[in-house]
Ligand binder design. Structure first.
Ligand code: SF4
Ligand code: SF4
Length: 436
């Protein structure tokens, strides 16, 4: 593992190098077992395997090279943080470690036990100093999407600089006006780091780069779930992992490598080369994001004879579904307006009302010719857990098979989840048999 090669840099960043190296070794072993052992993998997955081996090594060195040149390095927990502005300033926007159970006990020394595992895991990484991304961040950018997060920022700020973006919980005109002001303030915070004004052309360039990344992710999504045949050319785990690292990698390199992979997947579709057996039930997962390395549900489904072909999650469709339309814009104000349009189209459960999310789910179900959905949410995530009732009522009305799973990051319920997924898949297979 190349983290050893970057020991000096990691020490300078204040990383607890020994503990970090142990965690990385375990994480990489888990990746090798779960990902690299898969058969019939696309060849272009080699790049993503390489990235995993360098996730806390080479990529950290790249980010810190940017910092040396006074470019911003911003850690985020939410897709409302406008990465276009950071990329436009020549910097790096990255998701922080927060999908592991290994740091939760440390976090519980300062945070209550009954808040969501994502927040606790991320907070624990900061206390342990075992995430080189967190240690590399000029600021952590928080937002006010849920109660647990907005209070956690006040505590986290005692350990690392945190700035907070005020995201409204409704989308009325007055709420959107405030949100646009937040975007302008965000830009000013980037200028504080670069110590120079961020120009309209630079911001436009940032939008173009991130649009290209989203186009590539949309292409992968179509190839997985809407290619017009029943061929699924890539496993759900691989597709999830690619989306997870879209929050970490250099956006230009990532886009190029993902487009290379999509070329190969297109060829596989032409050749009828599927990684799943014919008639494998096609599922969509709905709900809270799957922070790296949370692969528990995908593993349960794949080892039970099902295929997940899409994630309606922020590590998934909600992240890349909309691009920022900048073709006709002439000034900064209209650029901010377009950014606002894009971000306010995100149908996070923090909004009320949030009916566009339900409409989108029903449409996705039809477009992707699915057999069922799994509503997945993290324990103590009140917004997604409460919204589950509204979503599952709508699914029931349409006769769509649905399974609701609430879980955390511990491995303890993996067996129970697998049993429930198996029973769900059996009932789907039975229905399909009766229909034919
Ligand atoms: S689910 Fe909501 S709060 Fe969480 S990352 Fe997505 S937009 Fe942000
Ligand atoms: S998973 Fe839910 S509770 Fe946890 S940070 Fe996201 S919105 Fe908040």
């Amino acid at each position: 593992m190349s983290v050893h090669e970057h020991k000096k840099l990691l020490e300078e960043l204040g990383v607890d190098v020994e503990r970090h190296a142990k965690m990385m070794e375990m994480g990489y072993e888990g990746y090798k077992n779960q990902f690299m052992s898969q058969t019939n993998r696309p060849k272009a997955m080699e790049y993503f395997d390489w990235f995993m081996s360098e996730v806390q090594g080479q990529r950290i060195a790249e980010i810190n090279e940017l910092r040396k040149n006074k470019k911003p390095a911003i850690g985020a927990f939410c897709i409302f943080v406008p990465e276009e502005i950071i990329v436009g300033a020549g910097g790096a926007c990255f998701g922080l470690c927060g999908g592991s159970p290994a740091t939760i006990a440390d976090a519980e020394t300062e945070l209550p036990r009954n808040i969501c595992p994502l927040i606790k895991s991320a907070y624990g990484f900061k206390l342990q100093k075992t995430c080189a991304y967190t240690q590399s961040a000029d600021f952590i950018y928080g937002e006010t999407t849920c109660e647990a997060k907005k209070k956690t920022w006040e505590l986290l700020n005692k350990h690392h600089p945190v700035k907070v973006m005020n995201i409204p919980h409704m989308k009325r005109e007055k709420d959107l006006k405030m949100w646009k002001e937040e975007l302008s303030e965000f830009k000013e915070h980037m200028e504080e780091i670069t110590k120079k004004p961020l120009t309209f052309e630079e911001m436009k360039n940032g939008v173009k780069i991130v649009n290209e990344k989203r186009f590539a992710l949309q292409r992968l999504d179509r190839l997985r779930s809407m290619n017009g045949s029943d061929v699924i050319p890539i496993s759900a785990k691989d597709a999830l992992f690619i989306t997870q690292i879209s929050f970490l990698d250099d956006p230009i390199r990532f886009t190029q490598k993902l487009n290379d992979l999509c070329d190969e997947l297109e060829q596989r579709v032409k050749e009828n080369n599927s990684v799943y057996k014919k008639e494998t039930p096609r599922l969509m997962v709905l709900g809270t994001p799957f922070a790296l390395p949370n692969w528990k549900l995908h593993t349960a489904v794949e080892t039970s004879g099902g295929a997940i072909v899409n994630e309606e999650s922020c590590i998934g469709h909600r992240y890349y579904k909309d691009n920022v339309d900048i073709d006709e814009i002439k000034d900064e104000d209209s650029l901010m307006e377009k950014l606002l349009q894009k971000y306010s189209s995100v149908d996070c459960a923090c909004f009320t009302p949030n009916t566009p999310r339900i409409d989108k789910i029903l449409q996705m179900y039809k477009d992707r010719k699915l057999d069922g959905v799994i509503y997945y949410s993290l324990s103590f995530c009140h917004t997604y857990n409460v919204e589950a009732k509204l979503v599952t009522d709508a699914l029931e009305k349409e006769g769509i098979p649905a399974l609701v799973i609430e879980s955390d990051y511990s491995p303890e319920d993996a067996g129970q989840i697998k049993t429930r997924v198996e029973a769900f898949l059996e009932s789907i297979n039975f229905k399909k048999m009766k229909k034919n």
